[in-house]
Design a protein around this ligand. Structure first.
Ligand code: ADP
Ligand code: MG
Length: 416
C-alpha cells in the first residue's frame, strides 16, 4: 500500500508537470495569437485611416478642380480681353480680376499643401501690427463693399514667432469665413492684445491673442465642435472646401498656440488665436519695398530649373530686377554652364530635379569647385526645405513674389 501511495504521488506529480507545461504552452500560444491580432488591428486601422483620407481627398478634388477651373477662366479670358482693350479703366479692372484669381489659386494651393503637410513652416519673429497692416490690401480686396473692417492693436504687443505666410493664409481664411457669414453686410473687428498667464487644458504661459470678430449669422451649437475638422463645411459644392479652419488650427498648434471660438447664432462669431510670446526681439522692420529695386550694376545669375514655364517666368523676374541670367535644366547642365561661360555672380537653383544630382548636391559640388560663388536654393517641399536648412544653405520657399526674390538675391550676394 505504501508503494501504491508513492506511485500515486509520482503519477500526480507527473500530471501536474504535464498540465503546467500544457498551460505554459497555451499561454505562449495565446500571447502569440494576441500579438498577431494586434498587428492585424494596427494594419486595419492604418488602412482605414488611409482610405478615409483618400475618400476625403477624392471629395475635395471635385471642389478644388471646380474652383481652379473658375479662376483659370477668369485669368485666361481676362488676358484675352486685356489684349483687346485700350481703355485704361477697363484694363485696371481686368488686371485686378486676374490678380485676384491668382491670389485665390495661391491660397488654395497653400491650403492643400498645408493639409498634406508638405508646406514648410518658416517661423520668424514678427511685428504683428506691421504684418496685419501689410495685409490690408489683401483683406480689403477679399471683403465686399458692404463689410467694414476695423483693426485695434493694443500698444506694446509682445513679439511672436510664426511663419508670416501661414499667418496671412490663416487671417485670410478667417476673414473669408466672416465675409460668407455676413451675406447682408456687417463689420469685422481685428484686435490683438497681450494675455499673461493664460492657461487651458494643454497650455500655460504668456500669449498674444489675435481675435477676429464678425457680426454674421453665427455658428449653431451642434456645429461648434466640428468647425476645425478638415472638410467640414456648410457651404455648397465649389463654395467651400472645409479646409480653411483646419489650416488655422494646424498653423496655431504648430506655432505652439491654440484657437478658440465664441459664437452666438444671429449675433456673430469671434475666433481667437493664442500665440506664445517670444523672448526674441523683433528685427527692425525693413523699409517697405513697393516697387522691386533693380540691382546695382548688371549681375549674372545661373538659373537651374527643370520646368520650362517656371524657368521662363523666373527669367523674366530676374530681368525685371536687373539681373542677366542663363538657364540650365538640370544640375549636370549647370556645372557645364559654369565651366563653359563663367562670370556668374550667383546660382539660383531648384532643389527637386530630374537627373543624378539634386539642388543640395549641386550646391555642395559648386562649393568644392567654386568656393565663394553663392548659391540660393528654392523648393516648395518641406522635406527638401528641412534638408537644405539643416545643411546651412540659403533657401527661398516657393511660391514667392518678386520682392521676396529680390530681397533673397540681395541677401545671398551680401552674405558672400
Ligand atoms: P469652408 O469655409 O470652406 O466651409 P472652413 O473650415 O473655413 O471651411 O469653415 C468651416 C465651416 O465653419 C463653414 O462652412 C461655416 O459653416 C463655419 N464657419 C466658419 N467661420 C464662420 C463664421 N465666422 N461665422 C459662421 N460660421 C462660420
Ligand atoms: Mg473658409
Amino acid at each position: 500500500a505504501r508503494y501504491a501511495g508513492v506511485a500515486a504521488l509520482v503519477v500526480m506529480a507527473a500530471l501536474v508537470v504535464i498540465m503546467f507545461g500544457a498551460a505554459n504552452a497555451s499561454l505562449a500560444e495565446a500571447h502569440r495569437a494576441l500579438k498577431v491580432e494586434m498587428a492585424e488591428r494596427e494594419r486595419a486601422e492604418a488602412a482605414l485611416l488611409q482610405s478615409q483620407k483618400m475618400e476625403a481627398m477624392g471629395q475635395l478634388t471635385g471642389g478644388v478642380a471646380h474652383d481652379f477651373n473658375n479662376l483659370l477662366m477668369v485669368a485666361s479670358s481676362g488676358m484675352d480681353l486685356l489684349e483687346r482693350t485700350e481703355d485704361p479703366v477697363r484694363r485696371e479692372r481686368l488686371k485686378d480680376g486676374i490678380r485676384q484669381a491668382i491670389e485665390r489659386g495661391a491660397s488654395l494651393t497653400q491650403q492643400l499643401l498645408a493639409f498634406s503637410r508638405r508646406s514648410p513652416l518658416q517661423p520668424e519673429v514678427i511685428d504683428l501690427p506691421a504684418q496685419i497692416e501689410g495685409m490690408g490690401v489683401l483683406l480689403d480686396r477679399s471683403l465686399r463693399e458692404d463689410i467694414s473692417a476695423e483693426v485695434r492693436m493694443a500698444p506694446g504687443l509682445w513679439p511672436i514667432e510664426v511663419d508670416p505666410a501661414q499667418l496671412e493664409v490663416a487671417m485670410l481664411n478667417i476673414a473669408l469665413n466672416a465675409r460668407d457669414a455676413m451675406p447682408n453686410g456687417g463689420k469685422i473687428v481685428i484686435t490683438a492684445e497681450n494675455v499673461s498667464d493664460y492657461r487651458d487644458a494643454r497650455l500655460a504661459g504668456d500669449f498674444v491673442r489675435l481675435s477676429i470678430h464678425d457680426t454674421g449669422v453665427g455658428v449653431p451649437k451642434e456645429n461648434l465642435a466640428r468647425l476645425f475638422e478638415p472638410f467640414f463645411t456648410t457651404k455648397g459644392v465649389g463654395q467651400g472646401t472645409g479646409l480653411g479652419l483646419s489650416q488655422v488650427y494646424g498653423f496655431t498648434r504648430a506655432s505652439g498656440g491654440t484657437v478658440s471660438i465664441e459664437s452666438e447664432v444671429g449675433q456673430g462669431t469671434t475666433i481667437s488665436l493664442y500665440i506664445p510670446r517670444s523672448r526674441k526681439i523683433a528685427p527692425a522692420a525693413p523699409p517697405p519695398s513697393k516697387a522691386p529695386v533693380a540691382a546695382s550694376g548688371r549681375r549674372k545669375v545661373l538659373l537651374v530649373e527643370d520646368d520650362n514655364s517656371v524657368a521662363t517666368l523666373v527669367g523674366e523676374m530676374l530681368h525685371e530686377l536687373g539681373y542677366g541670367s542663363t538657364r540650365a535644366d538640370c544640375a549636370q547642365a549647370a556645372l557645364e554652364a559654369l565651366d563653359r561661360e563663367g562670370g556668374f555672380d550667383l546660382v539660383f537653383s531648384d532643389m527637386v530635379m530630374p537627373g543624378e544630382m539634386n539642388g543640395i548636391e549641386l550646391a555642395r559640388e559648386i562649393g568644392r569647385r567654386r568656393p565663394g560663388l553663392p548659391v540660393l536654393l528654392t523648393t516648395g517641399f518641406s522635406e527638401a526645405a528641412a534638408a537644405a536648412t539643416a545643411d546651412g544653405l540659403r533657401l527661398l520657399v516657393k511660391p514667392y513674389r518678386i520682392d521676396r526674390l529680390a530681397a533673397e538675391l540681395e541677401a545671398t550676394l551680401a552674405a558672400r
